[in-house]
Design a protein around this ligand. Structure first.
Ligand SMILES: Cc1cc2nc3c(=O)[nH]c(=O)nc-3n(C[C@H](O)[C@H](O)[C@H](O)COP(=O)(O)OP(=O)(O)OC[C@H]3O[C@@H](n4cnc5c(N)ncnc54)[C@H](O)[C@@H]3O)c2cc1C
Length: 381
């Protein structure tokens, strides 16, 4: 059998490793990824504040500890689910099983006026550029604006605000810096509910970070935000979170979608086409409160494990393995050497059962270990 994985991020790497161990000697497993290197999204925040470098977190995909997997560096151009073939810029690849793990793309082009005057918090080149700007920043107004939804790792803009607060305090220039956050959503992290949001917003307030919900940016004019009602906020530095969309090839695949995203069975991650799965940011899993499962690496990883286990079980004619349970966490780094996390059962009914503990040094260590442990087991260093 030919098993093809599209995307070498959290979900694709996990699927490749699991299948390499589980079935790759009897079947072929191919991972197709356009980028030569992997780096975790969370490192961008460390690059901005200077607590980590890009180089320390990047790994060559060819170093993946999945010897039985063929890694092809290529761009996927079309997914033909009827013809059971993926077209890439390096040729066609037929499949029996397909795992789509192509992620979600930040789309600054969907925000009128988004220009190099604005820093995209979710772009690696912008994170480097922003790190440089922050190093030189003497004082003024920093605005962190969520410019549309959905976006991955929902706490990241608030983490950035709190980490910058901490940085300027350590530098002794905090009193010269205003930090403001804006979101079009009614609260900081709607998926976690009003009570947990009050906790996050309380942390922001305690650090002197302004938080304004229900503010939709209509357009940007240089470093000025123009809101839907015409109000304007001028900033010295704008850090933007663009809305995310799936890669075009996914939209054009003919698979059944849920809004913009691939529709899947939440238990099995199966799509509308037989033998085709979608894991991670590229899918949308509805929650009992009417919202969607947050787009996070931890979930891409756990979904990929569920999918690999199903393929392995099918090929071995073994009983079906456990379903995706929606249990997990998202880190919230809070500055001052601390972090917390939103954790619990996201698929619980009638609403996700989630808590946010008080920030601690231990939780920050867990976040650091989260990256380190994956890099070590995936790439051997
Ligand atoms: C600032 C920030 C902080 C974050 N913090 C956390 C955190 O603390 N915890 C957490 O769990 N998650 C965090 N995340 C979110 C996490 O990075 C994503 O949710 C995760 O990467 C999703 O995994 P994925 O496999 O679905 O997609 P991705 O990891 O994005 O992988 C998709 C891959 O597909 C490739 N690709 C796309 N299109 C094509 C194509 N046409 N051809 C070939 N290849 C293609 C891309 O190059 C990419 O490598 C953070 C993200 C950011 C940006």
């Amino acid at each position: 059998m030919k098993i093809v994985i599209l995307g070498g991020g959290f979900g694709g790497i996990t699927a490749a490793l699991e299948l390499s161990r589980g079935v790759a000697h009897e079947h072929t497993v191919t991972l197709i990824e356009r980028a030569p290197v992997f780096m975790m999204g969370l490192r961008k925040l460390w690059m901005i504040t200077g607590s980590g470098t890009r180089r320390d977190g990047e790994r060559q995909l060819v170093a993946l500890q999945a010897s039985a997997v063929e890694i092809r560096q290529a761009t996927v151009q079309a997914i033909d689910v009827q013809g059971r073939t993926v077209r890439t810029d390096a040729g066609a690849v037929p499949f029996d099983y397909l795992i789509i793990a192509l992620g979600a793309e930040p789309r600054p082009d969907l925000v009128p006026g988004f220009s190099p005057a604005v820093y995209n918090l979710y772009g690696v080149a912008d994170a480097e550029r922003l790190g440089q700007r922050i190093r030189e920043f003497q004082g003024g107004r920093i605005v962190i604006a969520i410019l549309g939804v959905p976006y991955k790792c929902p706490p990241a803009p608030y983490e950035a605000a709190m980490m910058l607060d901490d940085l300027f305090r350590r530098r002794g220039t905090r009193s010269a810096v205003q930090i403001q956050t804006f979101t079009p959503q009614p609260m900081s992290l709607p998926v976690v509910g009003p009570q947990n949001c009050a906790q996050v917003e309380g942390l922001l307030a305690a650090k002197g970070i302004a938080f304004t919900p229900n503010r939709k940016v209509a357009r940007l004019e240089g470093s000025t935000l123009v809101f839907e009602d015409g109000a304007r906020v001028e900033a010295d530095l704008v850090i933007g979170v663009p809305p995310h969309r799936p890669p075009a090839v996914v939209k054009e695949s003919g698979l059944q979608m849920r809004g913009e995203w691939v529709a899947v069975d939440p238990a099995t991650l199966r799509t509308s086409a037989s033998g085709v799965f979608a894991v991670g940011d590229v899918n949308e899993i509805p929650l009992a409160n009417g919202m969607a499962l947050p787009k996070a690496g931890l979930f891409a990883e756990s979904q990929a494990k569920v999918v690999a286990a199903q393929i392995i079980a099918e090929l071995r004619k073994a009983p079906a393995p456990a379903a995706f349970d929606g249990i997990g966490h998202c880190f919230i780094e809070t500055g001052g050497g601390q972090a917390t996390m939103v954790q619990g059962h996201f698929l619980a009914s009638p609403a996700p059962a989630l808590t946010i503990a008080a920030p601690s040094a231990q939780a920050l260590q867990q976040k650091i270990d989260f990256e380190r442990s994956r890099l070590l087991s995936w790439f051997g260093s």
